[in-house]
Ligand binder design. Structure first.
Ligand SMILES: C=C(OP(=O)(O)O)C(=O)O
Ligand SMILES: [Mg+2]
Length: 570
């Protein structure tokens, strides 16, 4: 039996066999071959295997995850069967007497660079498909063990170095009971998605992948951040017990589903949920969410091979608004970059992706992408209480520029005779220190703030939110962070605006008393955190929490703040 510690990323207990998800090395080297025909036969064999595999994955994805997710595999099949790719590979094998993997790789590189240099976005997107298909064929040619998360068909715990958000998007809850990774933190996007899928997860273990063999029995304790490998029967029994207790506790919380969130002295706050896809709305309603406080629309752009059209987006936004039946829905415009990549945009690699060309910076530059999203949102606005929020705003000028584009698209749509809601609240994420510091100026122009602590903490503390080696600096309770939050809330209230928080801190039981005391109006969190938060707030007095928060703002360290909060916990 082996215990491995990590970061508790998604609550719950899971017990199942290990499934190692590895991303193999596709390096190829040039070799001279005598028998070109034998190489061509190898290539044909790899193509045939890829064909069978893609058809199987497409079918399964269609059944388990729906047509939209399956579309990508349809395009891959088209490339696989395209003679324009395969003939030049065969010609190169014959003419240059080289190995099939080398010929394939070289030919594919030419196509990729040709697509990347095309003007049309559609053709640029083909580059990413080409790379994916090439990898699949290479996998067979090189005899690599390539796994596809969408293909898992028995109950497992997924173990991997890291899970990209698109890997996570393919995980099927029916089979993937839990996951654990070497790297990542509580606010990495795979952790956030695990919470929305309600899959127990432990991340940032540093070396779980090296310590677990396929088929080992693994316990994921997403409550305490522990992984237990090959536990004894007693330990399994102990954890089954813990699982039952956790389920009982959840049943207790569920009684609060239809209740408002009110402190003992009668102050009402709004508990909202963060979602990534329209499918997540069911979990919001199930967990008693009063609103959607953050719809991360970038997931609509990920896990596919091209930009979603205006209609695809309109339908997604409309679905969320309709399902929320008049309750507020804050939709955040595209926040791509950082750990959320869009391979088909083929953006150059950056030294510091979290400080780079992302979110609103990209949208203000690529106005074609941004305007399409704004039009889809404006069209959807008539279906409910839509609020629009811009991510990563660093300057007032960025906000004004983004707002001007929104207004232009509104005028265009009205000119085309399309209905648009009269008033749509327009807000910003406060996740960059410059914006928090200047919140008094922003508050005059925006309708609301939503504090994005996941980024605000990393930028304030200069500690990468993905890097477990500096995770000790990732301090939500640091008085420096609390002072920024305080400034933002005060600035909003001074102008009669509301202030929410949609970073993970909003659902954190140590932070909640402080945020209640600081006057936060809306707390947006993973749907599964809503009922525990409601239970907690209903036992707290806002007046007492104001005193607590005032003391916390005068503390010198995060530890002192935690001690203050612990002293009031009943
Ligand atoms: C909610 C936030 O945005 P994301 O986690 O998507 O960067 C945040 O930064 O707190
Ligand atoms: Mg952010």
């Amino acid at each position: 039996m082996l215990n491995i510690s990590g970061i508790a990323a998604s609550a719950g207990i899971a017990i199942a066999k290990a499934f190692r998800l590895e991303h193999p090395d596709y390096t190829v080297t040039q070799k001279t071959v005598k028998n070109a025909e034998a190489e061509i036969a190898k290539l044909d064999d790899a193509l045939a295997k890829s064909q069978v595999e893609l058809e199987r994955i497409k079918e399964r994805t269609l059944q388990e995850l729906g047509a939209q997710k399956a579309e990508i595999f349809e395009s891959h099949l088209l490339i696989l069967n395209d003679p324009e790719l395969i003939s030049p590979v065969k010609d190169m094998i014959t003419n240059d007497q080289v190995n099939a993997d080398y010929a394939l790789n070289e030919t594919s590189k030419q196509f990729v660079s040709m697509f990347e240099n095309m003007k049309s976005v559609y053709l640029q997107e083909r580059a990413a498909d080409m790379k994916d298909v090439t990898k699949r064929i290479l996998g067979h040619l090189l005899g690599l063990n390539v796994q596809n998360p969408a293909e898992i068909s028995e109950e497992v715990i997924v173990i991997s170095e890291d899970l990209t958000p698109s890997d996570t998007a393919q995980l099927n809850r029916k089979y993937v009971k839990g996951f654990t990774t070497n790297i990542g933190g509580r606010t990495s996007h795979s952790a956030i998605m695990a919470r929305s899928l309600e899959i127990p997860a432990v991340v940032g273990t540093k070396n779980v992948l090296e310590q677990v063999e396929p088929g080992d029995l693994v316990i994921v304790d997403g409550l305490e951040g522990q992984i237990i490998v090959n536990p004894s029967d007693e330990v399994v029994a102990e954890y089954r017990d813990k699982q039952v207790k956790y389920d009982e506790q959840r049943a207790e919380w569920r009684k609060l589903r239809e209740e408002p969130t009110v402190s003992t002295d009668g102050v009402h706050v709004e508990l909202a949920a963060n979602i990534g896809t329209p499918n997540d709305v069911a979990g919001v309603i199930d967990n008693g969410g009063e609103a959607v406080g953050l719809y991360r629309t970038e997931f609509l752009y990920m896990g596919r091979d091209k930009l979603p059209s205006e209609d695809v987006q309109y339908n997604a936004y409309k679905t969320v608004l309709e399902k929320m039946a008049g309750k507020p829905v804050v939709v955040r415009t595209l926040d791509i970059g950082g750990d959320k990549e869009l391979p088909y945009l083929d953006l150059p690699k950056e030294m510091n992706p979290f400080l780079g060309f992302r979110a609103i910076r990209l949208c203000l530059d690529r106005q074609d992408i941004f305007r399409t999203q704004l039009r889809a949102l404006l069209r959807a606005s008539v279906h409910g209480d839509l609020r629009i929020m811009f991510p990563m705003i660093a300057t007032l000028v960025e906000f004004r520029d983004a707002k001007a584009l929104l207004e232009e698209e509104r005028a265009n749509l009205i000119g085309e005779g399309v209905a648009v809601a009269d008033h749509i609240q327009l807000g910003i994420m406060v996740e960059i220190p410059s914006t928090a510091v200047l919140a008094d100026q922003f508050a005059k122009e925006v309708d609301f703030f939503s504090i994005g602590t996941n980024d605000l903490i990393q930028y304030t503390m200069a500690a990468d939110r993905m890097n477990e080696r500096v995770s000790y600096l990732y301090q939500p309770y640091n008085p420096a962070i609390l002072r920024l939050v305080d400034m933002v809330i005060k600035a909003a209230h001074k102008e009669g605006k509301w202030a929410g928080m949609c970073g993970e801190m909003a659902g954190d039981s140590v932070a909640i008393p402080l945020l209640l005391g600081l006057g936060l109006d809306e707390f947006s969190m993973s749907a599964t955190s809503i009922l525990p938060a409601r239970s907690q707030i209903s036992k707290l007095s806002r007046a007492d929490m104001q005193e607590l928060a005032a003391k916390a703002l005068e503390c010198g360290t995060a530890e002192e703040v935690v001690a203050l909060v612990e002293a009031i916990q009943v």
